[in-house]
Design a protein around this ligand. Structure first.
Ligand code: GLP
Length: 261
């Protein structure tokens, strides 16, 4: 695992975006995994800037969103289908036909989840999965004790996650109770993981994911099993890390051939 500690949230977005752009410039047909939430917004803003400047072209990428709420209309402004369209597809000029979001409205959720897994397989798997992390360590919507082997399925959101996400809804009880999410096993199959986190409220989750025991109590600890995981965080989110000096030293001495920015 590579831990990159940066001075502020803007730098987190810029450096994580550079890792993504590096891969897409080499392989324009890259299959991206898209996260929602506030953490990756800086990445999407930076990528959009490069697209506008003409130094990056994402039209040939394919993309799969991590998760979706169950039981809200696709055109609800807070459905992840709407969020992905507004925050990612439009500003980054992605081809909407190549961007997929799990179906949280199907009358047969299990079949819809299996179909989503098939779609990912048929696309050749996810090359680079963008991730945020919840304050309780969840990735995607894989809440604590999600199986490391899990695939796309329905989950019940914890009251904590519903409360955290209430800021996006006009009333707290409008936050859905259920979601569909790529499983931890689905996420683990991506060839590269890029997780971003900013702020003191993520420090415990980052410490648990990076340095804590491998445990489904912290789904983010899955990254410890992955062969190519990068964690890009600001100083505040790094506050709980015991080996932060080592991570800074490693990044400062990173060989040129390994650099992506
Ligand atoms: C959300 C999303 C996750 C996200 C996490 C953190 O509910 N399902 O993909 O990483 O919780 O959210 P935020 O980035 O807004 O802190």
């Amino acid at each position: 695992m590579e831990i990159i500690i940066l001075p502020d949230a803007d730098e987190v977005g810029r450096v994580a975006a550079a890792a993504i752009a590096h891969r897409v410039r080499r392989t324009p047909e890259t299959v991206l995994g898209l996260a929602t939430g506030s953490s990756p917004l800086g990445i999407y803003r930076q990528l959009a800037d490069w697209v506008k400047q003409g130094s990056l072209d994402l039209r040939h990428t394919r993309a799969f969103a991590l998760d979706e709420y169950v039981g809200i209309a696709a055109d609800h402004p807070q459905s992840y289908a709407s969020v992905i369209r507004r925050e990612v597809v439009e500003p980054l000029s992605l081809d909407p036909d190549r961007v997929h979001v799990p179906d949280g409205r199907s009358s047969d959720i299990e079949a819809a989840c299996a179909a989503y897994e098939d779609q990912i397989q048929r696309a050749g798997g996810i090359d680079l999965q963008i991730l945020g992390i919840g304050a309780n360590g969840h990735i995607g919507f894989n809440e604590p004790i999600s199986s490391f082997a899990s695939r796309t399925r329905i989950k019940t959101l914890t009251p904590k996650t519903r409360a955290d996400n209430a800021r996006f809804f006009s009333q707290p009880d409008h936050v859905p109770t259920h979601c569909v999410t790529q499983g931890l096993g689905t996420i683990a199959d991506a060839k590269q993981l890029v997780l971003v986190a900013q702020g003191e409220h993520k420090a415990d989750a980052i410490a648990a994911a990076v340095e804590g025991p491998l445990s489904s109590m912290c789904p983010g600890s899955l990254l410890q099993l992955h062969r190519h995981a990068i964690v890009v965080i600001d100083e505040l989110a790094a506050n709980g890390l015991r080996l932060s000096d080592y991570y800074r030293y490693t990044y400062a001495n990173k060989p040129d051939w390994q650099r992506f920015e």
